[in-house]
Design a protein around this ligand. Structure first.
Ligand code: SF4
Length: 240
């Protein structure tokens, strides 16, 4: 049970070019989703139990506002709409700092407008960009489209962000960040890059014990292509 007023967060990333078009985005993956799409990129983020971290909206907004060089924050998951009221608070505080707010949702924009979950329409009103709809495995797209399947739509509600995205047409499918714990991969192509890196490590004549942390984590947005091999990362393997 998550205490009232706290966001249930699966993961954070301080900057990824692969979250959404238009530059570098702070990534916030919310914990919990009820849609259970076949081929979900992040099944470990479906449980509504606390698995990652809890945070007050002000704390999350302060973290985002303290980052440098980002276009804004992009919420993913899990399902951001399940925590719409708290996420909306964060969105408002982030926008006060002149930053954009984007979100992925497994619900369609029509469902969100009709408040499919309490507070969804309110959160929608704060978004500059929504990537909507469930992941449909039969309509899966290759990495690099900022969406997992062709039924999903990039819906811009802010012309300035749309122009910015249009001015940087390069589609980034994987962003690799080096951390003290290893590499953090984000984006729809993260799984493929992780697979290549792991195969390279396994090909080494004498793998070192700490090779297991060379790829610390892969984070992808909802509804991207399914697991490539049995060599997944801990996040996707976590049971719900
Ligand atoms: S793909 Fe997205 S909407 Fe579908 S089950 Fe996974 S987290 Fe939920």
């Amino acid at each position: 049970m998550v205490p009232e007023g706290l966001l249930n967060i699966a993961a954070l990333d301080p900057g990824s070019m692969a979250m959404a078009p238009g530059g570098l985005w702070a990534g916030c993956w919310l914990q919990g989703c009820r849609l259970h799409c076949e081929g979900c990129a992040n099944p470990g983020f479906q449980s509504t139990r606390r698995i990652g971290m809890l945070a007050r909206p002000e704390s999350l907004a302060r973290w985002v506002r303290g980052l440098r060089g980002i276009a804004g924050v992009c919420f993913s998951g899990g399902e951001p709409m399940l925590q719409a009221r708290l996420v909306r608070s964060v969105a408002r505080m982030v926008k006060e700092a002149g930053l954009y707010v984007a979100a992925y949702s497994g619900y369609t924009v029509e469902e969100i407008r009709s408040d499919v979950v309490p507070g969804a329409a309110g959160l929608l009103a704060e978004l500059d960009l929504l990537i909507d709809g469930p992941f449909v495995q039969g309509l899966a797209l290759p990495p690099g489209h900022y969406r997992g399947s062709s039924n999903q739509r990039l819906l811009f509600f802010n012309p300035a962000l749309e122009a910015r995205a249009g001015n940087s047409p390069a589609k980034v499918s994987c962003h690799v960040r080096v951390t003290p714990d290893g590499l953090v991969l984000t984006g729809s192509g993260a799984l493929q890059v992780e697979g290549v890196l792991r195969r390279r490590l396994l090909q080494q004549a004498e793998p070192k014990p700490d090779d297991s942390v060379a790829v610390a984590r892969s984070l992808r947005s909802p509804g991207h292509d399914q697991e490539e091999t049995g060599k997944g990362n801990d996040e996707r393997r976590r049971t719900t």
